[in-house]
Design a protein around this ligand. Structure first.
Ligand code: MN3
Length: 206
């Protein structure tokens, strides 16, 4: 099997009280694991077995139509969740906002950090049904807030994600039920800005 589920860089209860341990455990060991398993089943015996998932998604037009939908859904699911776990951290170990060039770019692009938060939160709240909100670096190397449905990855549109928020109900329903806005508000407390800065700098220096 090519694709595997990585361990989380923290314990399942590390994001309490903002995301509860039970949600984290189910989300990682059941939901994410299922994307990995179904991705492996889809690419078994093909040349894509040995590629990086993000490279596959960037070149999605090269995927044969017989497995394309499965790769978008399950490969997207694997890639999106892999990023999501990385950009989270226990609240005590993180800071309120990024620093340096990323903060400057956010302020330049969105007016202020608070306006950025508001616009990103709105993208997450207004995503109808299941999907994600993203901060990406677009083709013009500018920061942009977008949302995608289901497990569609911004990589398929030549955009590099550096921050993402899962707004599928499985990400919050146990603790927040129908109150997606409360989940989003809580989530800001556990964003790993150091990691987001790192991802920004990596892409920006390419
Ligand atoms: Mn999810």
């Amino acid at each position: 099997m090519t694709f595997t589920l990585a361990k989380l860089p923290y314990e399942y209860d590390a994001l309490e009280p903002f995301i509860d341990a039970k949600t984290m455990e189910l989300h990682h060991t059941k939901h994410h694991q299922t994307y990995v398993d179904k991705l492996n089943a889809a690419v078994k015996g093909t040349e894509f077995e040995n590629m990086e998932i993000n490279e596959i998604l960037k070149n999605i037009d090269n995927i044969p139509s017989s497995i394309k939908t499965a790769v978008i859904n399950h490969g997207g699911g694997h890639s999106n969740h892999s990023l999501f776990w990385q950009i989270l951290s226990p609240a005590a170990e993180t800071q309120e906002k990024p620093e340096g060039i990323l903060l400057e770019e956010i302020e330049a692009q969105f007016g202020s950090f608070d306006k950025f938060k508001e616009q990103f939160s709105n993208a997450a709240i207004n995503r109808f049904g299941s999907g994600w909100a993203w901060l990406v670096i677009n083709e013009n190397k500018e920061l942009e807030i977008i949302s995608t449905s289901n497990q569609d990855s911004p990589l398929m549109d030549n955009k590099t994600p550096i921050l993402c928020l899962d707004v599928w109900e499985h990400a919050y329903y146990l603790k927040y039920q129908n109150k997606r806005a409360d989940y989003i508000q809580a989530w800001w407390n556990i964003v790993n800005w150091k990691k987001v800065e790192e991802l920004y700098n990596e892409t920006n220096n390419k």
